[in-house]
Design a binder for this molecule. Structure first.
Ligand code: AKG
Ligand code: FE2
Length: 323
């Protein structure tokens, strides 16, 4: 049955909610839903205990083999495994100098053929990487949908709108490998908000993820096996008409070890425009966001004027309410 861990765990980071054995509408659902929604509304983040979603064998296979093998592949081979254009940070980048990362296949989506000249051993290895990433994605999909449903249901959104919101999403996996920080006191990733609906973050072994609390302090998310962090992105702020804030988070460099993480992220399907759900707009809650064309927003945020702004979402589709 779902339960919320006590105050002592807040001291180590953010509150944890136990979702083991909690199924949609079943025993413990309402209690867990309230706890998840409260944390998401306060912080835009929650930590979940989820043994079934990431069993030890899958974790070992993913981080012990598939992720290191993925990053060891030549660029062409990596490219054939990702579902869209490679993000600029696939190589080292100015913004996150110690980090290499990429997206991997979307669940259920076949990889593009291996580049010509790929040996049988390499292509066998690539298939094995895809299998591990797909197993991870398949397990995370149910979890991410569960959290999305919990948040919207507890805000009073009806079943039909929850279902159509969930159907409007696309999912993908992002793998990150951060190089060793010698100093141990720097940042691996600066404070930022994700341009997603939700991200489920799995840290492997080495800590670093921190989320900002309402008082401005940073709460560490410990890399405990059987736990994942769920982070609200900017598009969930739009969908919920600001009830769930996009979580400001960062990755610190705590000690001299390489750090690996995997994220399962949801975004609007190609071409979808995101707007506040009807049930969350009324006289007391005027719309805070105009409809947000996702593709245009991505261009604005990463290639246009939005790059320099601290709150590009607000600049792109925020409704300014005068006095
Ligand atoms: O590696 C992590 O723990 C989180 C990475 C992150 O915040 C991101 O890729 O946006
Ligand atoms: Fe992030």
């Amino acid at each position: 049955m779902g339960h919320v861990d006590g105050a002592e765990q807040r001291l180590q980071g953010i509150r944890r909610v136990d979702l083991r054995g909690v199924e949609l509408g079943g025993r413990g659902w309402e209690e867990a839903r309230a706890a998840v929604a409260a944390s998401m509304q306060a912080l835009g983040a929650v930590v979940l205990v989820v043994q079934d979603a990431l069993d030890p064998d899958l974790r070992r296979d993913l981080f012990g083999r598939a992720v290191p093998e993925f990053f060891a592949l030549p660029l062409d081979a990596k490219r054939s495994l990702v579902s869209g254009p490679m993000p600029p940070s696939t190589g080292t980048s100015g913004r996150c100098p110690k980090r290499r990362r990429t997206r991997a296949c979307a669940p259920g989506r076949p990889p593009t053929p291996a580049p010509s000249g790929t040996s049988a051993t390499s292509s066998g290895r690539m298939e094995a990487i895809l299998r591990s990433v797909s197993a991870f994605a398949a397990n995370m999909l149910g979890l991410e949908r569960k959290v999305g449903a919990m948040v919207l249901e507890s805000l009073g959104v009806g079943q039909g709108s929850v279902a159509s919101h969930l159907d409007s999403l696309n999912y993908s996996v992002r793998l990150s490998r951060y190089g060793v920080s010698e100093a141990g006191d720097g940042m691996l990733m600066k404070p930022h908000r994700d341009c997603t609906v939700l991200s489920v973050v799995v840290q492997h072994d080495v800590e670093g993820l921190e989320v900002q609390a309402q008082d401005g302090s940073w709460l560490a998310v410990a890399p405990i096996p059987d736990t994942v962090a769920v982070i609200a992105g900017e598009l969930l702020a739009v969908v919920t008409n600001g009830r769930v804030p996009a979580c400001l988070h960062r990755v610190s460099a705590p000690r001299g070890s390489e750090r690996l993480s995997a994220q399962f992220v949801s975004k609007p399907k190609d071409g979808n425009t995101v707007r506040p759900l009807d049930e969350l707009v009324d006289a007391d809650h005027p719309p805070l966001y105009k409809p947000c064309d996702f593709d245009e927003y991505v261009r604005f945020r990463f290639a246009g004027d939005g790059q320099k702004l601290t709150d590009p979402l607000e600049a792109f589709c925020g409704v300014a309410w005068g006095p």
